[in-house]
Design a protein around this ligand. Structure first.
Ligand SMILES: [Zn+2]
Ligand SMILES: [Zn+2]
Length: 425
């Protein structure tokens, strides 16, 4: 570990000036490292020939110097780039990309759920110049922050949320407090001591996005709304392609382009492998769901285009899955099916679809029961009661949010087929 210890003091020096045992060679024998925070330094190739070694040495540096960004470094929540920043260095290409005489630049990986300020730097909120790159990659000439935007599914883990990006004040405040700290003769009066102490703690140990040079930021919505077709439960629209947040399902009475008898062919987000869709776990998986519809809701099986929903040669396999689910717990299947029927009838009744009288009574009773239970729950939590007018107003407002507009576009067959999280260059 001696070499690692030395790393700390070599941050900004060239290899020739170091005075360490490995200093006998040429610059070409080292790898230049830009750790995304401090000045670039040189590292003997041996200490970064594998990602594991590299993370180990970075962790050591961040820990001993108590630098912000240590959690990201320890978890490996950073991207590595070659020196010209044209290529990501990954586990697969590490050996060929990290070479003596070459360089590695670090970009911290974080996420945002509130999006990016339009045309502005997400840290200092200064307008982006005309000569900066497109929205996928930006560099701020004011605070120097480079931001690479990636789509939600590009990062399969939960990254720390950025602390900046809510408005211009945060970064300005940080700059003022950290400047105060370093300039002499600005001892604050005793009365403001508690607040100053808090500020100083923050400027001593700010979040990494206040101080770093490079960020890779994933936009990830805080709620994972999934619109599904009422009958077949295929996906109409996804809020996010990643499954970090639990799905909140919104059922919509509409024709699925995969399962219909009417020739509906519009594009949607639903060309997915439903056998790996966790939504169907409540039915014992997708196969079991198919058999459930086939066996217990033959009218719906017809609406879904029969063979289009479950082909003849798959019926046996579907029943095997259903029976396996049932064997575990008969009540579980019964409950899942009754819930499905309630959801379907509830939505149909709201849409004014003619239902048998018994079904209308059933759904109205159940709805009332649920609303009452909900109201009691709200009362216990101290929430105000919503009037019918207020609820109607809310429903009208929700039609105006971008998510609902996109759902309407999809169902009207006017959607381009490009997921809303795609970033254009
Ligand atoms: Zn900036
Ligand atoms: Zn479908």
């Amino acid at each position: 570990m001696d070499d690692v210890q030395s790393l700390i003091s070599i941050s900004s020096q060239k290899p020739k000036d170091l005075g360490y045992p490995w200093e006998t060679g040429q610059t070409g024998e080292y790898v230049k490292i830009d750790d995304g925070l401090e000045k670039p330094f040189y590292l003997p190739f041996d200490l970064c020939s594998t990602p594991k070694d590299f993370i180990g040495i970075l962790t050591h540096k961040y820990k001993s110097k108590q630098l912000p960004g240590l959690p990201q470094v320890q978890r490996g929540h950073f991207g590595a780039l070659n020196w010209s920043e044209s290529t990501y260095i990954t586990l697969d290409n590490w050996e060929s990309m990290v070479r003596e005489g070459g360089g590695v630049k670090i970009a911290f990986i974080m996420s945002t759920w509130h999006g990016f300020p339009l045309g502005k730097c997400m840290r200092c909120y200064k307008p982006r110049g005309k000569n900066t790159a497109g929205p996928r990659q930006t560099k701020c000439f004011s605070c120097g922050l480079e931001v690479r935007r990636v789509e939600p599914d590009a990062i399969p883990f939960e990254a720390t949320d950025v602390s900046v990006g809510f408005g211009p004040d945060q970064y300005r405040k940080y700059q003022i407090t950290s400047r105060k700290k370093t300039s002499p003769g600005t001892t604050p009066p005793a009365t403001s001591a508690p607040e100053t102490a808090k500020h100083n703690t923050f400027s001593d140990n700010p979040p990494i996005d206040f101080v770093c040079k490079r960020l890779i930021v994933k936009w990830e919505p805080i709620f994972n709304f999934v619109h599904r077709y009422l009958h077949c439960r295929c996906v109409i629209r996804l809020s996010t392609p990643s499954h970090i947040e639990k799905e909140q399902t919104l059922l919509t009475f509409a024709q699925c382009p995969r399962h219909n008898e009417t020739g509906a062919t519009h594009l949607d987000y639903g060309d997915l492998d439903y056998h790996s869709d966790k939504y169907f776990d409540r039915f014992g998986g997708y196969r079991s769901f198919q058999a459930m519809i086939y066996a217990f809701a033959p009218n719906i099986y017809e609406i879904l285009g029969r063979e289009k929903f479950l082909a003849g040669e798959q019926i046996d396999a579907a029943f095997d899955a259903l029976n396996a689910f049932r064997r575990g717990d008969e009540m579980r299947l019964r409950k899942a099916f009754l819930e499905y029927v309630y959801e379907v009838n509830d939505e149909l009744e709201r849409n004014g679809f003619p239902l048998p009288e018994s079904a209308v009574h059933g759904v109205k009773d159940e709805r009332r029961r649920r609303e009452e239970a909900h109201a009691v729950g709200n009362k216990e939590l101290g929430f105000p009661e919503f009037s019918k007018d207020l609820r109607k107003e809310f429903q009208r407002d929700i039609r105006e949010v971008p998510m609902m507009k996109e759902v309407d576009e999809i169902l009207d067959g006017k959607w381009s087929g490009k997921p809303h999280w795609m970033i254009e260059d």
